[in-house]
Design a protein. Structure first.
Lengths: 168, 508, 508, 168
């Protein structure tokens, strides 16, 4: 069976077969056969090359969180036609960028005003979370078309902070 | 001895202090903000008092509300933990006025060492080597520019009330100076309620070596040897160990004696730490005094066998120090890894949110000081520290191997943490060789999260996600809710082998 | 060093050995019976081999199947843990023939010390004091009667291959002799596969003090000081501590030297323990050699800082002992409590079944060596040990307080355990005073489970059950499945006070 | 509201009120008012006398397992007209006793035969569990009316081992 996943935001297409009670994994050139045992709904044992590794998996809504050998990944199934929000990501608006905060936090400074021209990587705002300040920079040279937030406001990583209209 | 102590803190350190009190037969009162109503420390204390809304300035930094909570609960003493009000001389003074014992240094000692500038002056007078820097804080850009030029770039912006890297910025040229000073001010304000900052000469690639000190109220002072805290990101410690690989016995005792001398000069009492920078030529400079119980105190406890929180409480209650310098020795090797809610793949950006799965590492020589629970939401308002993983073993290599296994066993899903990153740090040959400086992480881990092991792990994660969708026993998604017995639906599914590269994952 | 080790055991000790191997970079193969398919040790090992049905004689006691599993997995060595085949000379000999390293004493040493009668003969020849008893095993009731009369009642029936109290019976008169011998035989058979028993003079109210020994394959032998194991029920240890309150330095070193002498006389190698009885007049008698890693080994690890499993593996791989007697010292105090699946209110009857809730104690100085999981069914076929709670602290009083808190934090629901009972043992004034003998429990705890504290706890339990029925947030009963976040449905419900008697619960 | 419980087999009648969002406990003479907080479905905090105690509770079928200050209890609601099985319990059969094993295990010895007279506390059988032998004794003087098990058989604590007809 084929699966399309976003892992930490980047798309991957794999196939996993349950052939006569057995599991075959394939991704492009890489073929995988492994002994798999579920020891709880949150824990799987993968054995290959005589080595067993314990994989932890838990879901929160449509996101699956997976831990392998001390590394964590977030895996989602892509909603048709959309992608996970990325800083400075093109959001279908031709020639303009929706700037988002990379993490939830509070807007403690707006460095620009609407209509103001900005250089690429110019500081646009500062968002603070867990006592850390994080500078939000412009993804491109352009003009600040619209500012959607005000100082002191809490933002998540979905809500656009402002819109930059590209002039290049 | 006290009958009741109020813990003016949250998270793992509040839990740590509550445990010590329970073992000493002392009742405990916790305080909590609205964001912490369901936090671990609230349920463990004998009483819990709501002291305000989420922002720290309205709760954990509110001196009045905390003193009032102490009065209401009849607590005779307050343990401030670290951060928040731990090094606030005004708070210590307020407690003294209110007749509540502040479990820490006297307000007088705090006023001296808590202010980095005054501290450096005191140490210079006592003949203790310090780092060249501004002799006082300032607000004028001109003074900062002048100081920077005379010190010579690179320089470091430091918060006068600072600690934990808060408010610190490296500046390499004139242009970056003023913005760095501004940013430092804002961070210092929100972290300590005091925005004064100053400049210091920046020493390239030093080791950060600190000495733990205990001083009673009767003039007795001992040190409990060093902690090496060179492994830092964003000027903030993330891994500490003791003993330091950089100290031979002669240098160790010289620095220990200097630390005791420094504390004597400051008229210090209770538990504290003297931080030194050790440069490439083994010269050491007084950096600052941390006038509190430190995050990394457990590694000293494991190597010296001394319970520092218990000592703090005994000293604060007026007890004489039960330890002589000669009785204190180092046995074995201890390492602490700080598990932060941060994303190491994205420049350690904060990662608040819900912990959907928690598996704590355990085993011989493994200690996990944690302030979190499965299903709990890590609030956005406070420090990102979730837990501290501390290991002890006979020697450094054994401790590294133990830590590596324990980090693999430390599973926190739902948010990003530093656990996996730290696993690669302790596996790194440079770290294993003991070649650790404060620029270790920027140098060795500029880009983390790639490599064969990473790609194999990602592939296994994808396979696991697919397998989970195909075979999940119940419709209810794989939340941690389903117990170990639920798996029975899935039989063994046995096949051949993964490609050899998979073994990369398990190199230790 | 070995590349792969097979662990021929189950439960907490299998987990303990697997952890040590992972830290040493050695791969592990577990074995399991059909009753253990979902047990903790199976999931932790790199490989797991099913060796047979539930009964131990068909699985964990089946030499052939275990050796075959070692061959199949390519394990170069077998760690037997404790119990099962750990002290079986034939199994050690089989491994030697098969070219598999048995991580324990040589079959020759096992043949001597594993047989209690031969062991006593050897010790007598070496001039080590022993308890008067039969010079050989017997099957004839007449011989037992004659021996009992000449020794004088009370006498003790002991299994020649025994250990852990299995097959032991006190006999106080002629009438009870033959049934006791029969029962001892059956127990010995099922526990060790060998039904030979013998008689020994029974010493009233002794202390049980044992010394841990390490001997390499090159003639070096050291001891790691004592463990006091006087707190027993059914002649089986349930709480151990070190140092012993009964030994002053002179007696301690004399017994330590005697232990080393005993092991030398037996040509012993690897880790082992020499058990002594200490009578009311401080005379000590050789009791037996435990030719294995013992259940209570962790308290020695915590006080000496030596990892005994690591030492076992290094010695078995031919390494020279890295320790000199002079390097080994005791620091602080350690206590172990054995958490058994038994009902202390019903004469410690076995209590197999489903663990519906598990909360493991943790914290500074707390170690929990466990072989169980929440939702797991404790099988009826094997020893009732679930886990070992071990604490370390600076001194005995601090260790007692730490253990008391940790036992309160140890929650295992669904079956009966010894946790609550042990909590009262460590709170008991006679225990706190260090007045511990093997008759402590029969004397002080003839009837447990009553008293004001007990009644208050029962009342609170009833209130909790009722409150739970009234306010349970979800329909799905309070199985451990529901995560901590589910509680939110219930708000604070605030009222007055319980009657003061409630405080009895929290003595200490 | 009134509750009738069996706690470790013995019956207790209590009442618990949820009066304007508050909890009052009463059992006979003993009245209790406590501050109660549920921190998870398995954990409750009871506060009284300024002291908070953590109570753990989990259910398995109709049994509730409760832990208070290191003490565990099993609480059930009594089925009308019946009671939990107790060794030597009278089971409605007039003048005769159903002998049960106090715990699950394997019958390794039957010391008596059907029709055989037995004294009170005479050994009837030996049941082994977890390597411990447990002697089952006669609850009364009488005659072995019927033996329901054979050597080697596994028994739980419900299944009768044998029936003793009282002769006193």
């Amino acid at each position: 069976m084929d699966f399309e996943f976003l892992i930490d935001g980047s798309p991957r297409r794999i196939s996993l077969e349950n052939r006569d009670g057995a599991v075959y994994f394939r991704e492009g050139e890489v073929a995988v056969e492994a002994e798999v045992r579920r020891i709880s709904s949150a824990e799987l044992l993968f054995t290959f090359g005589g080595r067993t590794s314990r994989i932890h998996l838990a879901r929160d809504g449509e996101r699956a969180f997976v831990s392998v050998a001390g590394r964590e990944f977030v895996i989602t199934e892509p909603l048709p036609g959309t992608r996970g929000p990325l800083e400075g990501d093109e959001a279908g608006v031709q020639g303009s960028f929706l700037v988002k905060s990379p993490m939830p936090g509070r807007v403690i400074k707006l460095s620009v005003g609407e209509g103001q021209p900005v250089r690429k990587n110019q500081a646009l705002a500062i968002v603070e979370a867990m006592k850390m300040e994080n500078e939000i920079q412009s993804p491109a040279e352009g003009i600040v078309k619209k500012i959607h937030v005000s100082v002191g406001e809490f933002v998540d990583s979905e809500k656009p902070l402002m819109e930059i209209e590209s002039t290049k | 001895m006290f009958r009741k102590i109020l813990i003016a803190n949250r998270g793992e350190i509040a839990v740590r202090v509550i445990k010590a009190c329970r073992e000493m037969g002392i009742r405990t009162a916790a305080v909590y903000s609205e964001a912490d109503a369901r936090s671990l420390h609230v349920g463990l204390a004998d009483e819990a008092v709501l002291i305000g809304p989420a922002p720290a300035v309205d709760s954990y930094l509110s001196m009045g509300r905390i003193v009032e909570a102490a009065r209401r609960t009849g607590a005779e003493a307050i343990h401030p933990g670290y951060g928040f009000l731990a090094e606030n001389a005004d708070f210590a003074a307020l407690c003294e006025e209110e007749g509540i014992v502040f479990i820490g240094p006297s307000s007088a000692a705090l006023a001296i060492v808590g202010d980095k500038v005054r501290a450096r002056q005191t140490m210079e007078e006592a003949g203790i080597p310090t780092i060249p820097g501004m002799k006082s804080v300032s607000r004028s850009p001109e003074e900062f520019r002048a100081a920077a030029r005379s010190l010579g770039f690179p320089v470091m912006v430091k918060a006068s009330a600072g600690g934990g890297g808060k408010g610190m910025r490296i500046v390499r040229d004139d242009g970056g100076l003023v913005p760095a000073v501004e940013a430092g001010r804002r961070e210092a304000k929100s972290a300590f309620g005091d925005d004064s900052v100053y400049l210091e000469k920046y020493i390239e690639e030093p080791r950060h070596v600190e000495f733990q000190v205990l001083a009673d109220n009767h003039g007795a002072i001992v040190h409990l040897f060093e902690r090496e805290c060179s492994i830092q990101r964003r000027h903030q410690k993330i891994l500490e160990e003791t003993p330091s690989t950089a100290l031979e016995p002669g240098l160790r005792s010289k620095m220990g004696e200097t630390a005791v001398k420094a504390m004597r000069a400051a008229g210090y009492n209770n538990a504290g730490t003297v931080e030194f920078l050790l440069d490439r030529d083994r010269r050491f400079y007084f950096l600052e005094v941390n006038a509190r119980l430190q995050v990394e105190h457990p590694i000293t406890e494991l190597v010296t066998g001394v319970d520092l929180v218990r000592q703090q409480i005994q000293i604060a209650s007026g007890g004489k120090l039960s330890l002589n310098q000669g009785d204190i020795s180092q046995r074995g090797h201890a390492i602490e890894c700080r598990i932060y809610a941060e994303d190491p793949k994205a420049n350690f950006l904060p990662s608040p949110g819900r912990i959907v799965l928690l598996r704590e590492p355990k085993g011989p020589g493994v200690r996990f000081d944690s302030g979190v629970l499965e299903g709990w939401d890590v609030p956005v308002h406070y420090d990102p520290i979730l837990a501290k993983l501390i290991v002890w073993a006979e020697d450094r290599e054994a401790a590294c191997r133990r830590m590596s296994v324990a980090l693999d066993d430390c599973v926190i899903l739902g948010i990003h943490t530093t656990a996996g990153f730290l696993g690669d740090v302790v596996k790194h040959p440079e770290f294993r060789a003991g070649r650790t400086t404060t620029s270790f992480i920027p140098k060795q881990f500029s880009s983390w999260g790639t490599g064969a092991g990473e790609e194999d792990a990602r592939r296994m994660a994808l396979a696991a996600a697919a397998f989970d969708l195909l075979t999940r026993p119940t419709g209810r998604a794989g939340t941690p809710e389903t117990g170990p017995t639920k798996g029975t639906a899935t039989p063994w599914t046995t096949l051949g082998r993964w490609r050899a590269g998979g073994d990369d994952l398990y190199g230790l």
